[in-house]
Ligand binder design. Structure first.
Ligand code: OXD
Ligand code: MN
Length: 627
């Protein structure tokens, strides 16, 4: 059948063909002292949620294929045209279930102060009382999958294990891409490794004979983290960040708590290896708020001759001080769950190539030939599409064809510039950490921190401008310290303190150097001053020459800046006036920003580390006294 003939499935009317009893339902043949606790927990969740079947996921190719086939048969996935996009599928979510839900995301620590002012806190007893009736019978008529997964290579020194139970096959196939799933992980649990409990239900039980929908979910949604017992309970949403609990819920919120307890850091950072023309390799981690180009930087293709970038990770990095005094990093994930719109030949050709096949797309548009499309994939939109909601679309429709938060889920191994050793268990030693936001004003293209504490200060002040600013002022700032605002599982003030403490664990001459970058500064006329994308390699080149001590920097009140002549600008035209503006420091505007930082710091009260107050005070002093 031609793909054009595959009917697009109207959401609410899909009848689920009852599947035969699953072929892979048996309890796993794994034994060891740790299994009893796991099976007891699985039995407890099943007794609460009452699924029709329990399926222990073994992570095999055959199982994955069967789950995909099943979802296609149920109208939950559309198989794309294998001629254009082999092994690939399109999911269309419920229109009310398209993104992470920060307002429904909770940290249920025993003490409110441990969640801090930036999190939604709720008392554990109160939320358990709310969740219990919601989960009671919530999986009726469905299969409950038990998914053992490892973040980081199985058994690696920086890796951690979790188990997700879920009634969503879409979540299972996504977790299979994003993590290492299967019996090997189960064996570690059986052998007694610690593991984190994560429970997910779409909250849409089926009465006998009741028609299912293509994207079951519930109007009521909760994503709840219990940092004291290391558990996640997520109800009502099938969407990635709320349903793939290994990712934001475990690898950031819960892992940040484990990291605080054990002396390491779980960070919202991409990870790359940069190779200079002489073949020397450097490792860089970079924290940017969501939707500020992390995936693009992770897959950078340098425009300066002789330089190469190898991808190690695009969203999360776990950092641990090594015995050698360096900071070691792994990407705990195994895939990319990236935003599709804006990913195209001119912005991220590596991502486009990565998506050649074996990809699960969610909420992108469908072409008549059975391939996918989204805004930014090509300069011109195809004349006819089916939009993300399943409706006919033309360029004159006056609305986006793909949802702005539409996604691709694809294995990291498929990236053409992935580092050969990207899943090495011990990770890589970091040479530099970058912090960046989307700042139209004030923040220069690149600033080097004077030391680790100053770097922590820079990380704590990351922000993006919500509103356009008038010249010489600062727009309304959305604070996103360390790009972790929605992802830190404990009090952010303690987290800043933890970063300071980690600095003391590193050898001062081996700690990564910290830089702040800003690709988004605008001129008075509202134009971006810097071309960005592949040209950002010019900034990385300077950073690396700083690390190697090859170029001096200019000390300024806000940190160390490049001399313009030290930037490699061969082959691009950036007017001199724009370069001046890219690095301009307006004292009044910076003093105004310091006032905003003080206000922000005040929200943490006495818990904010004194060292950060001292950094702010010395910034002000330098702004007022340096000529
Ligand atoms: C993401 C996010 O999905 O940061 O990576 O929101
Ligand atoms: Mn992210």
């Amino acid at each position: 059948m031609a793909i054009a003939d595959i009917p697009t499935t109207p959401r609410a009317t899909v009848r689920v063909a009852r599947q035969p009893a699953p072929r892979f339902g048996a309890r796993p043949q794994v034994s060891g002292p740790g299994m009893a606790a796991l099976t007891a927990w699985v039995d407890e969740i099943a007794a609460l949620t009452r699924p029709d079947r329990v399926h222990w996921v073994d992570g095999s190719r055959a199982e994955n294929d069967a789950l995909l086939r099943e979802q296609v048969a149920e109208g939950k996935l559309l198989k794309l045209n294998p001629e254009w996009r082999p092994g690939s599928y399109l999911a269309r979510s419920h229109p009310g279930d398209v993104a992470r839900l920060e307002s429904r995301t909770y940290i249920a620590s025993e003490r409110e102060d441990d969640a801090g002012p930036t999190n939604n806190w709720i008392a554990p007893d109160e939320i358990r009382a709310t969740l219990t009736p919601l989960f009671e019978g919530s999986m009726r008529g469905r299969t409950m999958y038990v998914v053992p997964f490892s973040m980081g290579a199985v058994g690696g020194p920086l890796s951690h294990i979790g188990v997700q139970v879920t009634d969503s096959a879409y979540a299972v196939t996504s977790i299979g891409v994003m993590t290492r799933v299967g019996t090997e992980v189960l064996q570690r649990i059986a052998d007694g490794d610690d593991w984190v409990k994560t429970v997910h239900s779409v909250g849409a039980p089926l009465a006998p004979g009741q028609a299912d929908t293509a994207w079951p979910c519930n109007d009521e949604k909760y994503i709840v983290h219990f940092p004291d017992t290391l558990e996640v309970w997520s109800f009502g949403s099938g969407y990635g960040g709320n349903a793939i609990l290994a990712k934001k819920c475990f690898a950031l919120r819960i892992a940040s708590v484990i990291g605080r307890n054990e002396g390491w850091l779980a960070e919202h950072m991409l990870l790359i290896r940069v190779i200079d023309p002489a073949g020397r390799a450097y490792h860089v981690a970079a924290a940017f708020p969501s939707a500020c180009g992390k995936t693009n930087l992770a897959m950078l293709r340098p425009t300066i001759p002789g330089w190469r970038v190898e991808t190690l990770g695009d969203d999360i990095a776990w950092l641990r001080p090594g015995e050698d005094g360096r900071l070691w990093a792994i990407n705990p994930e195994a895939g990319f769950f990236g935003v599709a719109p804006g990913t195209g030949e001119s912005t991220n050709v590596t991502a486009v190539e990565t998506l050649w096949g074996n990809t699960i797309f969610t909420n992108v548009a469908l072409r008549p030939d059975g391939d996918v499309w989204w805004e930014g994939l090509t300069d011109e939109a195809p004349p006819h599409l089916t939009d993300w909601e399943g409706n006919p679309w033309t360029p004159d429709s006056g609305r986006p064809a793909a949802h702005p938060n539409s996604r691709f889920t694809v294995s990291a191994a498929q990236c053409p510039q992935i580092a050969a050793d990207w899943d090495a268990p011990e990770g890589v030693p970091l040479d530099a950490i970058l912090f960046g936001g989307r700042r139209a004003t004030n923040v220069p293209l690149v600033v080097e921190a004077t030391d680790w504490t100053h770097g922590v200060f820079l990380g704590s002040t990351i922000s993006s401008e919500k509103t356009a600013a008038a010249e010489g002022t600062v727009g309304e700032l959305r604070r996103d310290p360390f790009a972790m605002l929605p992802f830190c599982g404990y009090n952010m003030a303690d987290y800043f303190g933890h970063w300071l403490k980690i600095g003391h664990e590193l050898r001062f001459d081996r700690a990564p150097r910290i830089f702040q970058v800003n690709w988004f500064r605008k001129g008075a006329d509202g134009r971006f001053l810097w071309p960005g994308f592949g040209e950002n390699s010019r900034v990385i080149d300077w950073i690396i020459r700083r690390i190697d001590g090859e170029v001096p920097a200019v000390d300024t009140p806000i940190g160390r800046l490049p001399r313009i002549d030290d930037l490699d600008l061969d082959g691009i035209e950036v007017p001199e006036a724009d370069l001046d503006e890219l690095f301009a420091i307006d004292r009044d505007s910076w003093l105004a920003e310091a006032d905003l930082t003080e206000e922000f710091y005040a929200s943490f009260g006495a818990r904010l580390p004194a060292a950060l107050h001292a950094e702010l005070a010395s910034l002000r002093y330098r702004l007022k006294t340096t000529a």
